[in-house]
Design a protein around this ligand. Structure first.
Ligand code: PLP
Length: 384
């Protein structure tokens, strides 16, 4: 089954074999009766395995082309578990605009156990090559990145990492497997905040991970069970239910985002628009070649950044909130909200200005969204 539109519905484990239920039931249980001493059935204890979580784990592996999937209580729980493969003395190369929470995890938690890192602009492949040390074990990045929608060349980066005997970890949260499959392009591990497009309805926090390496899968399985940050059965069911409409939602998000990005680009109240579907975007050509669509996220700078507060507080359909990827449109200011955990000097070095605004474009009617934005522009214009 190759078509993602079919896979999101029928991939992984999509029905219940025992009862024929067309929706995998929520197995709300912590443990499982055993046939006899030392004779467990398929499951023993729900941290180690639960049929509802298992269905979701098979599904993410199937969608991304992995050999095994893993579901966690949050995106960061998944990222932490994967990065727990590394040990004191190991060195990581991180993209210079990774999600603030990922940066904080590496900078404040992993460095305490002796892991070191460098932030590198991975769109500069010679900077990447120069950043490798003998101790470098992995390259970690998002593409499109959060919040600047930077596009990184997954194949080129993975090839360079392989040549240095390092693995490549790609956070595929913004694109989702519907628009981009990093394992096919040479990455070793794919990570997701399932909280975002995979769940799709802003009602569950979750993380998903998959890999196409049996060896890495074994290590991650061991760590998932040892650390224990697993996703519960109810939330696993919600994410699997969300994924069933991933194709429909991603098409709608991308269509609305393209229209809004083009509208913003022609506004004289906007200084700069970051959206990979715009020909003016630095990563447009790479995005076109490695993605099947450009996604639903846009960032932009106002010409007058003293108007940011009024602008983001003036919208009716764009809720001022962190997170992204739900059916409803959201707006936020990364320097104050999602990326506040990155020190200002590092944020600015990565190009994240204090006045940058990020939109998660929902699937509402496009004319309502454009009218909402226009009313906010009229308001800040009138205040000029
Ligand atoms: N990766 C990206 C790109 C994110 O945007 C986020 C959260 O915003 C995370 C990872 C962390 O995921 P979670 O909030 O589910 O822990």
């Amino acid at each position: 089954m190759s078509n993602l539109k079919t896979k999101v519905i029928h991939g992984g484990i999509s029905t219940d074999e025992t009862t024929g239920a067309v929706s995998v039931p929520i197995y709300q249980t912590s443990t499982y009766g055993q046939n006899g001493l030392g004779q467990p059935k398929a499951y023993e204890y729900s941290r180690s395995g639960n049929p509802t979580r298992d269905a979701l784990e098979h599904l993410i592996a199937d969608l991304e082309g992995g050999v095994r999937g893993f579901a966690f209580g949050s995106g960061l729980a998944g990222i932490h578990t994967v990065l727990s493969m590394f040990k004191s003395g190991d060195h990581l190369i991180l993209a210079d605009d990774v999600y603030g929470g990922t940066f904080r995890l590496v900078d404040k938690v992993l460095t305490k156990v002796g892991i070191t890192y460098d932030l590198v602009d991975l769109s500069d492949l010679s900077a990447l090559t120069a950043a490798f040390k003998a101790e470098t074990v992995a390259v970690y990045f998002e593409t499109p990145s959060n919040p600047l929608l930077k596009i990184l060349d997954i194949k080129a980066i993975s090839d360079i990492a392989k040549a240095h005997k390092a693995i490549t970890l790609v956070d595929n949260t913004f694109a989702t497997p519907y628009f981009q499959r990093p394992l096919d392009l040479g990455a070793d591990v794919v990570l997701h905040s399932g909280t975002k497009y995979l769940g799709g309805h802003s009602d569950v926090v979750s993380g998903l991970v998959t890999t196409n390496s049996e060896d890495l899968a074994e290590q991650i399985a061991f760590l998932q069970n040892s650390i224990g940050g697993v996703l519960g059965p109810n939330d696993s069911w919600l994410v699997q239910r969300g994924i069933k409409t991933l194709a429909l939602r991603m098409e709608a998000h991308a269509k609305n985002a393209q229209a809004i990005a083009e509208y913003l680009e022609q506004s004289n109240q906007v200084a700069k628009v970051f959206y990979p579907g715009l020909e003016s975007h630095a990563g447009y050509q790479i995005a076109k070649s490695q993605m099947d669509g450009f996604g639903g996220m846009i960032s932009f700078e106002l010409s007058d950044d003293s108007k940011v507060k009024t602008f983001v507080e003036s919208l009716k359909y764009f809720t001022l909130a962190e997170s992204l990827g739900g059916v409803e449109s959201l707006i936020e200011v990364p320097s104050v909200m999602t990326h506040a955990s990155i020190p200002k000097n590092l944020r600015e070095k990565a190009g994240i200005k204090d006045g940058l605004i990020r939109l998660s474009v929902g699937v509402e009617d496009i004319s309502d969204l454009l009218a909402d934005l226009q009313a906010a522009f009229d308001k800040i214009g009138a205040n000029a």
